[in-house]
Design a binder for this molecule. Structure first.
Ligand code: GTP
Ligand code: MG
Length: 473
């Protein structure tokens, strides 16, 4: 858990490496003395001033723009100083060191802790302060990290939507409706005689039903948002030479995995993230599944099974060119039954009949209740159909407009709210409802909801969330 201190923090806020501009950022209370030491003058709030950044002897370390945001009107809610210098790693390190040194020197000179313990910020600490000082809620803080990490345009746009509070607003609306219902139920606890009548008249059941409906919509959108952020893991599996590596290459549009006519070419997993309509799919090519005496190949096959066991979806590749051979079909049947043992029934398996260019007619029958596609990894025929199936399997429904970014943690929390509301509904529907249990379920539902925006979130979880940020953010 990050320390909840008010001690000032400093960090290089721009990415490592060379760039036109590099930014050193300081946050803390009462930064005026530091501003004076570094810039040689006071700064007008929120105005860019071009000046030399000075070392202890008054010599310029670099020239650049200084910006001062007195708290609470700043990113963190504290005083924030931003020094925009030239973006070289050495000059930025010098500036960082100068900030730390100035902090210590001021303390020594004045005998007062002007900047008690100015130190280098931990990852995400600026944003954590913004959260702790109520500048943003937790879902918005997470959206900042997601915007920075976004790997597709759709993910970036959705993260931006969450950052402006679209997701939080829906959570708050749910929370308000829940509080209204709780007030109603809690009030009845004080008047046990009329309790049921009172709830009936106030249409508590109707209110709860409405809440469940709205929750289902929010959950649906949050699932889409989580999908945009996290994507799904798709494992390509099948016998050697079926064309698994060729399929990965075709989907990725690049020669990533080695393709040869030799069975057992792929040994280790090869992974690539592709995007379809902005949804990231982590596609994993694996070693061909067969009995092997070769030690290296056996390890590769064991890894293939590990990947399959952790998959969100499996592409089971069949080689149409060999489908006529009894042994080939028997080996496929063995893999099929092993898949049945390894996979949860909720993990979709898609039959992919490859090499359709070799045998365009006499296609094998489709397994009932399972998605299937005929394609050629060599010519690209059928790839679009596979992409459509993959999106369907991933659960992608909407165009990215209107979707906000969400995390698996949010979907889980909403699931927990849903479970508590279902319990509450069961109480209300029961003949002699236990109103104290009903009240308790509603309270737990509200708590679960509040973990999303951070009003009710454990310190440990906060630590995990903010430590995944980059330094300087
Ligand atoms: N005609 C035709 N040949 C293909 C197609 N896809 C793959 N091949 C050929 O099939 C052979 C095996 O392809 P790979 O992609 O290496 O097969 P693999 O399943 O990765 O094989 P292992 O790594 O050994 O398990 C190569 O000679 C490919 O050129 C296809 O769609 N049509
Ligand atoms: Mg291969």
């Amino acid at each position: 858990m990050l320390a909840r201190h008010h001690d000032p923090i400093v960090a290089i806020a721009t990415a490592p490496g060379r760039g036109a501009v590099g930014i050193v950022r300081v946050s803390g209370r009462g930064l005026d003395t530091l501003v004076q030491a570094l810039c040689g003058r006071a700064l007008k709030p929120r105005e860019a001033t071009y000046l030399p950044f000075r070392d202890a002897q008054g010599q310029a370390i670099d020239q650049g723009l200084a910006l001062f945001f007195p708290g609470p009107h700043s990113y963190t809610g504290e005083d924030v100083l931003e020094l925009q210098a030239h973006g070289g790693p050495v000059v930025l390190q010098l500036l960082l060191a100068r900030c730390l040194e100035a902090g210590a020197a001021l303390e020594a000179a004045t005998g007062q802790p002007c900047l008690p313990g100015l130190r280098v910020a931990q990852p995400g600490e600026f944003t954590e302060r913004a959260f702790l000082n109520d500048k943003i809620d937790l879902a918005q803080a997470e959206a900042i990290a997601d915007l920075i990490d976004a790997s597709t345009e759709a993910a970036a746009r959705s993260a931006s939507r969450s950052l402006t509070g679209a997701f939080s607003a829906e959570i708050h609306a749910l929370r308000d409706a829940l509080i209204h219902l709780r007030m109603l139920v809690e009030a009845t606890l004080d008047f046990p005689e009329e309790e049921i009548d009172f709830l009936r008249k106030a249409d508590a059941r109707g209110q709860l039903f409405q809440l469940e409906q709205t929750l289902a919509q929010v959950m649906q959108r949050a699932r889409q948002g989580a999908l945009l952020r996290e994507g799904i893991k798709v494992v390509i599996a099948g016998q050697p030479n079926a064309g698994k590596s060729s399929l990965l290459n075709a989907l990725a549009g690049a020669e990533l995995a080695i393709v040869t006519p030799i069975a057992g070419t792929t040994r280790d997993k090869v992974q690539e993230t592709i995007q379809i309509e902005g949804v990231p799919l982590h596609v994993i090519d694996t070693a061909g599944l067969r009995d092997s005496d070769d030690e290296v190949e056996r390890i590769g096959i064991a890894r293939a099974w590990d990947a399959i066991a952790a998959a969100d979806a499996v592409l089971f590749l069949h080689d149409l060119a060999r489908w006529d051979a009894f042994e080939y079909r028997a080996a496929d049947a063995d893999i099929e039954s092993a898949l049945g043992q390894k996979l949860l029934s909720s993990v979709p398996v898609i039959d992919v009949w490859n090499k359709v260019d070799c045998v365009p007619s006499a296609l094998p029958p489709q397994a009932a209740g399972r998605a299937a596609v005929h394609l050629s990894a060599r010519t690209g025929e059928g790839l679009d159909a596979l992409r459509r199936i993959l999106l369907e399997v991933a659960g992608w429904q909407s165009a990215p407009e209107g979707v906000y970014i969400a995390r698996a943690r949010h979907v889980q929390a909403l699931g927990s709210v849903q479970a508590h509301l279902a319990q509450a509904a069961a109480q209300l529907d029961a003949r002699g409802p236990a109103l104290d249990l009903l009240a308790e379920e509603l309270r737990l539902a509200q708590n679960a909801l509040s973990t999303i925006t951070g009003e009710f979130t454990s310190d440990d979880l906060l630590g995990v969330i903010f430590s995944s940020f980059c330094i300087g953010k």
